[in-house]
Design a protein around this ligand. Sequence first.
Ligand code: KG4
Ligand code: ZN
Length: 338
Amino acid sequence: MLVLGLESSCDETGVALYDSEKKQLLAHSLHSQIAMHAEYGGVVPELASRDHVDRIVGLVEECVLKANIAWQDIDVIAYTQGPGLGGALLVAAGFAHGLALSLDKPLIPVHHLEGHLLSPLLSENKPQFPFVALLVSGGHTQFFKVADIGEYELLCESVDDAAGEAFDKTAKLLGLPYPGGAELSRLAAFGNDKAYTFPRPMLHSKDLNMSFSGLKTAVLTKIMELTQDTQRELSDNEIYDIAASFQAAAVEVLRKKAQKALELTGLTRLVVAGGVGANQALRAALKKLNAEVYFPELQWCTDNGAMIALAGAMHLDQREKTQSFTVKPRWSLTDINN
Ligand code: KG4
Ligand code: ZN
């Protein structure tokens, strides 16, 4: 079956074509709105929706051309139904419904986080079930026990900011443009990760939950301490050291909690997905765990259409011709079957 995947839940318009028999991605197209939102220091939902509207038709046409297929070759259309920004979600959902009607093909609504979580299955070296999944993105930091496709048990999560959010907010404090997570980690490579001691909140808590907002506040306090009296800007070296010390704290919390999640479940496989999964320091720390650790390719860490097409291919039994037109801006992965 040839699955068209459509993603527009936040600031990336993603389209992909996946062949479920060959287990092969045929083509994908992506447009990131990062440059547009950077001017405002964060995602502006209305601008995001309008840009998805402007881009989606061209990206789908480009993807069909790249895959060298005819429109009628598409067997099923998968789209992100949630969670995400309501207006942004409506774009892929609306386009999917229109195309499905015109081609007379069925639809599959996909949970965005399931897309992230399954994205390592796009690699040659695929994880077997069951596994522990660490979902680390701009909006979520959660551990799941994954027994099989569609069987997701939430083990723990961040009680406040997501890890990606903490990276982005800290990057902003350091004067880096939005979203600063990747740039912060690039600069951290030049710094000393022991220059400053930032807190590792909830590192020893009995449950597996995490907290990242205090970490960002500790960075703010340190910056004020360094600059307030002298009314000066941070030096480059101070920026590198703060970036490295912040990253070391965030990575240590995630590594420790990953270890605990593996111990608690008795599982030996860990799958890491979501934007922060691109972080090299996190990858290096998790690879040292006593477990088989799987990461998506870097291009599939942040939002894309390929993970949605793949998740759709895993749920072909759920394809439907007549579907109510709804999106779910707030939707827990544990409610995936509701
Ligand atoms: O998964 P994603 O594209 O979007 C959500 O669904 O949230 O993740 C985006 C997040 C942003 O917070 C971004 O700063 C972060 O992933 N990110 C990184 C890196 N690359 C992306 N954070 C740390 N290190 C990176 N290399
Ligand atoms: Zn995402």
